[in-house]
Design a protein around this ligand. Structure first.
Ligand SMILES: [Zn+2]
Ligand SMILES: [Zn+2]
Length: 94
């Protein structure tokens, strides 16, 4: 039994909704900060992105940070892949 909700995150890594199932009223097809498309699944393997953990310890209101790597396939998510690419292009920065 998985107690994680699903996280909805834009392709630039802005967390839109860390409780996709529990709070569907906050779902957005596009990011309100940068206009990018949002995803709820790993673009590599299609597994759901882990959102809030619902066991009473990490409740709603806990600050959610977008994960950087997929927990299932280990591939960097698109927002991290962009950062890595940018870091390679500008070697000293970040
Ligand atoms: Zn965004
Ligand atoms: Zn994956």
């Amino acid at each position: 039994m998985d107690h994680h909700d699903i996280a909805q995150i834009c392709l630039n890594g802005h967390c839109i909704n860390s409780a996709y199932n529990k709070l569907p009223q906050f779902n957005q097809d596009f990011c309100d900060k940068c206009g990018e498309k949002t995803i709820t699944q790993c673009t590599e393997c299609g597994v759901n992105i882990l959102g809030d953990y619902e066991n009473g310890v990490m409740a709603i209101g806990f600050e959610f940070h977008s994960p950087e790597y997929c927990h299932n396939c280990g591939k960097p998510f698109p927002w991290l892949a962009k950062k890595i690419k940018a870091a390679i292009e500008m070697a000293e920065l970040e």
